[in-house]
Design a protein around this ligand. Structure first.
Ligand SMILES: [Fe+2]
Length: 327
């Protein structure tokens, strides 16, 4: 499990204690404008060498990883930092893994949702085809959490990223690999989110730290169990209809939950959360995509079978078409 640090001075001490002074930072363009970005600028002023790598897109392509590996070698850095939501973190992880770099690895989440800072997974696209990487080598050594990054996060981003965390917690709890340890993480995350999401969406900054912690815990849950049918069904909705990942996942998990009702014992692990989930789903009111009749088969054919093997109910092609119909 990664070490979690919530204080900038402590993070600087963490680096210094290990003799680390050259940081390779994978981040988006807006990172410079938020507190952890300004903090790294301060580190540069006191002698750290900072190299930024921003040459990637959402749903990052493998070519970005290749460029990043070259850029890292050129930088001579001793530390890789993934700073961002899912994409920056995924690219940083893939650079570390595929470059076989022994560098230290730090994560700085800038949303509350992906939980990527807590997992050994990364998603990279190879000419549009999704590939999932899994390795303990991609687990961060340290995670720097500053809830102030959530200030000014657009409403849709907040809803989508938080929903990603909800889906991680729910899917982990009902997954074929569910266990007591993973469910503790799931329940703790769901309790935090369902008690605070309304205040969070209204901008109450007292909830920011709670939501960062919930997302981290939901990440810990899937780090143990992996995700299930909800995530398997959601990927094509993001690429085909432009829905944010967490938005698509929430629609799929909601429809999948209804579909699995009465078909598996594992839903008993979530009995206490069914009503709260429904209320959350209604409250967010995220739109459903307009799917043309001919596209249901295309969608169902796109589903990642590896993730489906972790679903508590086996799903046929017809079942998946059915679930997409009921989003
Ligand atoms: Fe996710």
């Amino acid at each position: 499990m990664s070490e979690v640090i919530r204080d900038y001075n402590e993070f600087a001490r963490w680096l210094s204690a290990r003799g680390l002074k050259s940081l390779f930072v994978v981040c988006g363009n807006s990172f410079a404008n938020i507190a952890p970005g300004r903090f790294l600028d301060c580190l540069a002023a006191v002698g750290f060498k900072i190299t930024y790598f921003k040459d990637f897109t959402p749903n990052p392509d493998h070519s970005s990883v290749v460029k990043g590996i070259e850029a890292f070698k050129e930088s001579g850095a001793d530390t890789i930092i993934g700073a961002g939501g899912g994409s920056a973190m995924d690219v940083a992880k893939a650079i570390k893994l595929e470059g076989e770099f022994k560098a230290s690895f730090a994560a700085i989440p800038t949303t509350a949702g992906t939980g990527s800072e807590a997992t050994r997974f990364a998603v990279i696209y190879d000419n549009g085809t999704k590939t999932s990487l899994t390795s303990d080598l991609m687990l961060p050594d340290v995670v720097l959490i500053d809830p102030s990054v959530l200030e000014g996060l657009p409403d849709y981003q907040k809803k989508a990223t938080l929903s990603d965390a909800v889906c991680h917690a729910v899917e982990s709890a009902w997954s074929a690999a569910t266990c007591e340890e993973s469910r503790e993480f799931s329940y703790s995350a769901l309790d935090k989110i369902f008690a605070n999401y309304k205040a969070y969406l209204e901008g109450d900054d007292k909830t920011f730290g709670i939501m960062m912690d919930a997302a981290f815990e939901a990440g810990e849950a899937i780090n143990i169990t992996k995700t299930t049918g909800g995530h398997a069904l959601c990927y094509k909705l993001t690429t085909k209809y432009g829905l944010a990942h967490g938005h698509a996942a929430l629609l799929c998990v909601n429809a999948l939950w209804d579909f699995m009702d009465g078909k598996t014992d594992n839903l008993k692990f979530l009995e206490d959360y069914r009503a709260q989930f429904k209320e959350y789903f209604e409250h967010l009111g995220l739109a459903k995509p307009e799917i043309a009749e001919a596209d249901y088969d295309v969608l169902a054919d796109s589903v990642n079978l590896d993730r489906l093997s972790n679903n508590p109910v086996a799903l046929t092609h017809e079942d998946i078409v059915d679930i997409y119909h009921n989003l």
